[in-house]
Ligand binder design. Sequence first.
Ligand code: PLP
Length: 412
Amino acid sequence: MNAYERIKETLGALENKGHFRQPYPVDYRANGAIYLEGDKYIDFASNDYLGLTNHPGIRRKSIEYVEKYGTGSAASRLLSGNSVLYEKLERKLADFLQKESGLLFGSGYLANIGVISAFSGTDTLIISDELVHASIIDGIHLCKAQFSKFNHNDMKHLKQLLEAKRSNRENVLIVADSVYSMEGDTAPLDELVEIKDRYGCFLYLDEAHGIGVFGEHGGGLAEEAGLSQKVDIIMTTFGKALGNYGAFVACDGVVRQFLINKARSFIFSTALPPAVIGGVDCAIDVLVNEPVRRDVLKKNYEYFREGLRETNLEIRGNAHIVPVIAGTERHALEIAGYMFENRIFAPAIRPPAVPSNSARLRFSITCDHQKEDLDKVIELLKEYDNNHHNKFGMSHDRLIEESWSGCQRKEA
Ligand code: PLP
């Protein structure tokens, strides 16, 4: 079989399993909605939590930077791409996140694989929550460190692993997300800090979904918990609440020097374009000066979560990402289809992105959602549950049983 046939075979296998993926062509987005072939859908799948992708001040600043500094950075930072603009923004972001220093990366994905894989020594142990983002797992695969996972948010399990493994390893890096993107829950940061202190470990926190959303100034869960200085490395992306692209790793000066020399995704990649630098610089001011966006977002997600409590649905988490568990892939697809028919865009999240039998719809709430948008989804979910198919009311055990017999039927 040649390489091309192999590719076709792989695609066919994905299609047979119902795992073939295809992105939707979105015409444009505005005010919490997307337009697909001219039709408006309320968007519950975006990470634009504070509606900053179209903020007039941020747009102006990006345009101003393009006009002054051009469209691209022309080189990697270690060649001639290191404009003073980057170092100024790094200073501002480090102050904002209450850290001594930090380094910009091309994206959250690049930051996670670059930083994690830089901790590559065989004398290192990396222990992560089992549900950390795929980019962290990819970073771990790129390095020679020993790796263990603790059960999701289970601090007792983390301590057990450290008791068993800490003494034979020189360095231990504990890795957690501040908000888990598929569960919509937050990490127990105070306990993580206490454990990392007790066992003499480094703590790495991925604040991709926390920045902008939590903390008095939008500095994330670490700011909200008053623990920014206790977390050794904080990774924030610009692609979510900041409405942009790129990432920043906040740390101390020594770790920054280490990353400049060891993080391959920093060393071998072109520096961010000026439009991003201008936009992010302004977005930080917006986070501080327009707290109302954060307040509206909180009001929205609390209202939505409260509304769903009146149903039989299994709702997970405590934050602005709201997973509604459907169980089998078929149910998740059916409900997503029903939402789509009603002009609600909330695609089904299915294995392998989530464990089998926990396929779900994942509603990302933003400050641009109106009360009537949230009410509409609550009503549709109730209607689907009560009248339409009555699938949600099933107990967890029954769901598993049904999916299991479904699998057996397929195998037979
Ligand atoms: N970390 C988490 C928790 C994420 O959810 C994501 C994106 O989905 C990333 C990192 C990657 O960030 P970026 O989109 O900037 O590459």
